[in-house]
Each structure stands twice: as C-alpha cells, then as structure tokens.
Ligand binder design. Sequence first.
Ligand SMILES: C[S@@+](CC[C@H](N)C(=O)[O-])C[C@H]1O[C@@H](n2cnc3c(N)ncnc32)[C@H](O)[C@@H]1O
Length: 169
Amino acid sequence: MGAVLPSSKYLARKMVAGIDFENSGFIAEYGAGTGVFTDMLLSKRKPDTKLLLFENDASFCEILRGKYKDVSNIQIINDSAEHIGKYLAQHEIIYADYIISGLPFASLPQNISVNILKQARKHVKPGGAFITFQYTLLKKDFIGQFFDNITITREVRNVPPAYVLFCRV
Ligand SMILES: C[S@@+](CC[C@H](N)C(=O)[O-])C[C@H]1O[C@@H](n2cnc3c(N)ncnc32)[C@H](O)[C@@H]1O
C-alpha cells in the first residue's frame, strides 16, 4: 500500500476539513484502500452527494464493496485514478467538486503520477480542491507543478505524522 499503517481518523478528519460538503455534488477519492477516508466522507456528505472511489487493487475493491453494500450514491471503481475523466463522463459531468487522494506519490512511477495529477487538475471544479497527504514534503514541488495554490497542514497524531496538501483550484 506504500503506507506503514492505514491512516488514522485524525488524518482522515484533517483531509476533509476544507471540503464544502453543503455545496458538493460529486467527490472522488483516489486509493481508497480499506476506506478510512471514505468513512469520514460518508459521515459528512449530504446523502445525495455521489462518491466515486478509485482503487486499482481488486482485493481492496472487494473489501470496499462488502463494507458499503448498503450505502447509496457510492461507486467503487477498480481502475487507476488516471482514468477519472471516463467515469465522470458516465455521469455526464466534467468536474468533481473535490478529489481526496491517499495515493503514495513518493513510490508511484513518475509517469503515472504525472498522468494522475494532470487529470486531477483538469477534473476538479474551479473553486474546489485536490487534497492529498504525504509523509514528507519531498514531492511538494512536483505536485506544485500542477497546483499553484497549496496550503499545507500537519497531523502529528498519525503514525507516521503526515502533511495534508490542500491544493485549491
Ligand atoms: C497508502 S494506501 C492508502 C489507503 C487509505 N486511503 C489510507 O489512507 O489508509 C494507497 C492506495 O492506493 C491504491 N493505488 C495505488 N495506485 C493507484 C492508482 N493509480 N489508482 C487508484 N488506486 C491506486 C493502492 O492499491 C492502495 O490501496
């Protein structure tokens, strides 16, 4: 997973803190894993806000499908986050209001990271944000090539402590 442990609730809370849930119709999540951030999104979203989860590991998708089988307005997509445009088009939209990402940019191949970040920039609605966490700031300038308005906060209660990058579009 590129992570020591699943993210904590403290980090999940910080990841969603800047989201305007009242005015969000579509939120995408990248690299949902076992759903730590998803649970937080579900606890805050309006019931008619659609969540699109991207997870390219089939066994995590199975876990997510089981966990959220009774939840409406959630789509679990076993595909790479690079392909968000195709899935938004199925809903006849171009933009998600927010994209929240658990992807390990420090360990993904560079070309995959570039594709994901380019597509994220293209498909976040102006006024929304791409929100990601990283354990170090080594990839901050790389992410900054795609998003020029980044606010950074830190969650020390996560193991290991993590930075949240709120990339305003
Ligand atoms: C560090 S884990 C994060 C899991 C969870 N969100 C958390 O914070 O505990 C990263 C997840 O991203 C998934 N992943 C990696 N590359 C991906 C891609 N290109 N598209 C979608 N998911 C991907 C992995 O399978 C893994 O479940």
